[in-house]
Ligand binder design. Structure first.
Ligand code: ATP
Length: 517
């Protein structure tokens, strides 16, 4: 199946099964804003818990915070967002579509690098075992030519971006003959800067009202509370502050479902360190965060690092953890070495000292920061994309069938087990409900008695429930039930008294967290 079709099916699945709805859908929706439905909110909460526990529970030196969305307007002057939180936009005159100019160029670079990889793969097939990839890359005329092109475009792009040279960026689009992906037209307007912050007004009388912003990142709430947390918690460097919360960006091109939204959630952790130790901590958090992703058990080949060529104004090193979405490898999480930029800027703007007295060194300084910043909604999309499968199956009676299954890591599944009476009579519903009532304190359970067992299984497969328990007439005699495993569809007869143990073992967050500790 084409990746594009998979993505379409995945988004339709999210709606059909109550994971994600378009915001204000009955009014035809609001672009790039989404609501999480009954299963979506559970999955989202489970992802949050996995992140929070990995950060706050497992690390003595990381504490949590929940800062407000509204902040003093000067925060965003100090952070650089008022002046520099811009995206360069460009319109196509024929299609009337709007694009991010930098994204058009990045996609062009990505295509060139894919071309190179394809040439290498083709040669590897042709030469078989004798193939020397390094030598081929160094000597093949076509590869050298493509590489030279790629490097020259990249250099021009970095230079124009760093200088804020919008004409230079436009010229690059023209010179690379980049066409509108929809219409194929090359009739481009000028490039303009566009600030991504939403503003609103506080105060009831319009003359007094102040413009304030909806925060475009949660990080600044952490920086402005650095002294509060450090003093009240008597924190010693190095230490971190973790926070989960909403952020808002007026994205120019909001596409790809919940990948790019105007209202979204971030899970950010700022780690405060001694100046000079930034390289070591940057590497440490790169490694830790990649482990967190991989511990979920999806294929390792779905993740890669992508180091930034063009660094943000605050960073001295930055990388993205990218995930192989149905629309290609894209950023899920950023790890940034932010130097002392943020605290120094706030110190300058608020006129108060934001420094730490280091007993060992016997001096005060502004700490450096390494940040890990992951989009909760993007993480949600990675989990769904990696879990969604359409499978051909053979039913018990030998007939061919199909099923859609979400092979969610059990710790993230919205419902951990479903309890079914085989039939709606003979006391089986009562026994089933008793079993459910006994287990509901430990796991998110569902009780279902409508439709055939097969249909009930399909519904639970579609929302990713790892276990289905069926109560039949034999249960009345020997207190055993069948447990059916979502991924293998195998069924096993087990004593009712063993259910808690079997299920705990598989859905436990502890098992996954232990891999990280
Ligand atoms: P992008 O390059 O995709 O715009 P970014 O580099 O601006 O992202 P950061 O500012 O580093 O993103 O934000 C940290 C994380 O927040 C990102 O890795 C991403 O997971 C998430 N994020 C950022 N913008 C959005 C958005 N519009 N919708 C959903 N998640 C987002």
């Amino acid at each position: 199946m084409l990746q594009e079709d998979i993505f379409k099916k995945l988004t339709a699945h999210c709606k059909e099964y109550g994971f994600i709805f378009q915001s204000s859908e009955i009014y035809d929706g609001l672009s790039a804003v989404y609501d999480y439905g009954q299963y979506g909110v559970e999955l989202k909460n489970n992802i949050k818990k996995y992140w929070w526990d990995a950060m706050v529970l497992l690390n003595d030196d990381i504490v949590g915070l929940d800062s407000a969305i509204f902040m003093h307007p000067d925060v965003w002057k100090a952070s650089g967002h008022v002046d520099a939180f811009n995206d360069p936009l460009i319109d196509n005159r024929d299609s009337k579509k709007r694009y991010r100019a930098d994204v058009l160029i990045e996609e062009f670079l990505e295509k060139l690098s894919e071309k190179i990889n394809k040439e290498v793969a083709k040669a590897a097939r042709r030469f078989g075992e004798e193939f020397d990839e390094a030598m081929f890359r160094k000597t093949n005329a076509r590869i050298l030519d493509l590489n030279q092109r790629l490097e020259s475009v990249r250099m021009r792009f970095v230079e124009a971006s760093e200088k804020g040279d919008l004409d230079g960026i436009r010229q690059l689009i023209i010179d690379c003959e980049i066409a509108d992906p929809v219409s194929g037209s090359r009739n481009w307007t000028e490039v303009r800067q566009f600030n991504l912050m939403f503003d609103t007004r506080v105060g009831s009388v319009s003359e007094d009202a102040n413009t304030i912003y909806l925060r475009p990142e949660t990080a600044q709430g952490i920086f402005v509370n650095f002294m509060n947390v450090q003093k009240s918690g008597r924190m010693k460097l190095p230490f971190g502050i973790a926070q989960i919360g909403k952020a808002f960006r007026n994205e120019i091109v909001a596409r790809q479902f919940i990948f790019r939204m105007r209202e979204f959630e971030q899970m950010e952790m700022q780690f405060f360190i001694r100046p000079g130790e930034e390289k070591q901590w940057y590497e440490y958090w790169k490694d830790k965060r990649m482990k967190w992703h991989k511990a979920l058990g999806f294929s390792e080949s779905k993740y890669r690092f992508h180091d930034h060529v063009k660094l943000a104004h605050y960073a001295d090193a930055a990388t993205d953890i990218e995930f192989d979405f149905p629309f290609g490898f894209k950023e899920v999480e950023g790890i940034h070495s932010r130097t002392d930029y943020d605290l120094s800027q706030h110190q300058k703007f608020c006129g108060k000292k934001l420094q730490y007295f280091d007993n060992e060194l016997n001096k005060s300084y502004v700490p450096y920061v390494v940040e890990t910043s992951i989009g909760l909604d993007r993480m949600f999309l990675t989990v769904l994309a990696a879990s969604w499968k359409e499978e051909k199956i053979t039913k018990a009676n030998g007939q061919e069938d199909e099923r859609v299954v979400l092979q969610l890591p059990p710790l993230l599944a919205p419902v951990k087990l479903a309890v079914f009476p085989l039939v709606k009579k003979d006391g089986l519903p009562e026994i089933s409900q008793k079993i459910r009532d006994d287990l509901r304190f430990d796991f998110a359970c569902q009780y279902e008695e409508k439709d055939s067992i097969g249909r009930r299984y399909r519904r639970q497969d579609a929302i990713g429930t790892p276990f289905c328990i069926t109560i039949d007439h034999q249960t009345r005699e020997d207190e055993t039930v069948t447990i059916r495993y979502r991924d293998t569809m195998e069924q096993e007869r087990v004593p009712v008294g063993k259910l808690r143990e079997i299920i705990s073992e598989k859905v436990s967050i502890k098992k996954v967290l232990e891999k990280l500790y």
